[in-house]
Write a protein that binds this ligand. Structure first.
Ligand code: TXA
Ligand code: MG
Length: 344
């Protein structure tokens, strides 16, 4: 199969994408967070193709992308007021809500769960494709399972060329890390995955938020977790990654002491001069966390190279989207962190 890349502004882009989705096919779709691999979320056979293309475990459910809060009731029931408050505050945008699923949502989409994740993306092309398809679009991040997510149409092409008919190119993703996921099916709202919306912003609307264990620590493959996706090794280049915490100077001294030929350094742009001779790669500016979230996955993909032995990574501190960057990097590093302030 030949894979066509159409610019989002092409006059046929939205219609062609919608036709493929209506006919049970897969399309690479831009969103503000990462590119998704989209299919008709109500069509079991179409959804099965997503799992196959990604090599995704069957128990890992998909997010249904909808065109606005008015569609929540079509796919969810027992919807608390909090869901409408969150939609009002953050939709369209990088927030996904987990709610009890209606019967019309196939078990393949929900990974066998009785709940479903819904989100309205802040990308006009994505919403235009949802509207033109007339169905909710199930879309995981378009990366091959376990690999860093896709933030450009070229990343999607790299992972799926020859396997899907169409990718819509909507440019590089603005946010660059996936949506924040909140579970609203229990008494207390629970953060299942940090993302484009920071925990403080959620708390300001909800007044209460439990942070799921899977966000802050490695969970075992056999453990039962709320977001099944969180238990798999994720976002990771093939070689080991270690996060080096501490001040700029102490971290650089630590990394330079341990650096071996074949290692790489993933750092902030401001730190590049400190790593001369170590082939440093910057993913954005420490002074502007939005550049870090936007650049993280492209950098991790560049570092996914069998010739590299080990990556030393620098990680931003703080809340907001930095919290999501920390989470993705810690997962890429399998929570391997050294503190340069303490280590020799
Ligand atoms: O920003 C995003 O959310 C992107 C773009 C394409 O919208 N999508 C995305 O999908 O990140 P994916 O499949 O890569 O990650 C979805 C996560 C997984 O960890 C999955 O386990 C969790 O959402 N999830 C989906 N449905 C769920 C449910 N009913 N209950 C708990 N977790 C759920
Ligand atoms: Mg993903």
């Amino acid at each position: 199969m030949e894979t066509l890349i159409l610019p989002g502004e092409h006059p046929d882009a939205v219609r062609t994408a919608a036709d493929i989705i209506k006919n049970g096919g897969l399309v690479g779709i831009p969103t503000e967070t990462v590119y998704g691999l989209g299919a008709n979320g109500l069509d079991e056979q179409a959804v099965a193709k997503i799992f196959e293309a990604k090599g995704r475990p069957q128990d890992n459910p998909l997010i249904l992308h909808i065109s606005g809060p008015e569609q929540i009731e079509q796919f969810c029931h027992h919807i608390p007021q909090k869901a409408y408050d969150l939609a009002e505050a953050f939709w369209p945008g990088p927030l996904t809500m987990v709610l009890p699923a209606k019967e019309c949502v196939p078990k393949r989409t929900t990974g066998g769960l009785s709940t479903v994740a819904v989100r309205c993306p802040d990308h006009h092309i994505a919403r235009a494709i949802i509207r033109a398809s007339g169905v909710p679009i199930a879309a995981p991040s378009a990366n091959l399972s376990g690999k860093p997510s896709t933030t450009t149409a070229q990343h999607v092409y790299h992972d799926h060329a020859g396997k899907i008919p169409l990718i819509i190119d909507g440019g590089a993703c603005r946010v660059g890390v996936e949506s924040t996921i909140v579970d609203l099916t229990e008494e207390r709202p629970r953060l299942l995955r940090p993302g484009g919306i920071g925990p403080e912003e959620l708390l300001a609307v909800l007044g209460d938020l439990v942070v799921d264990k899977a966000v802050t620590a490695q969970v075992d493959k056999d453990e039962v977790v709320k977001a099944p996706g969180m238990k798999y090794r994720h976002y990771a280049p093939q070689e080991p990654v270690v996060i080096v915490a501490g001040s700029r100077e102490k971290a650089a001294a630590y990394i330079r002491r341990h650096f071996q030929p074949g290692d790489r350094v993933l750092c902030f742009r401001e730190e590049l001069p400190l790593y001369e001779g170590c082939g440093p790669l910057s993913y954005g500016e420490e002074a502007d966390v939005n550049t870090l979230s936007a650049g993280l996955f492209a950098a991790l993909r560049e570092l996914d190279d069998p010739k590299i032995h080990q990556v030393y990574a620098r990680c931003p501190v703080g809340g907001g989207v930095a919290y999501a960057v920390q989470n993705r990097l810690k997962k890429a590093a399998a929570f391997h962190i050294v503190d340069a302030e303490e280590e020799e």
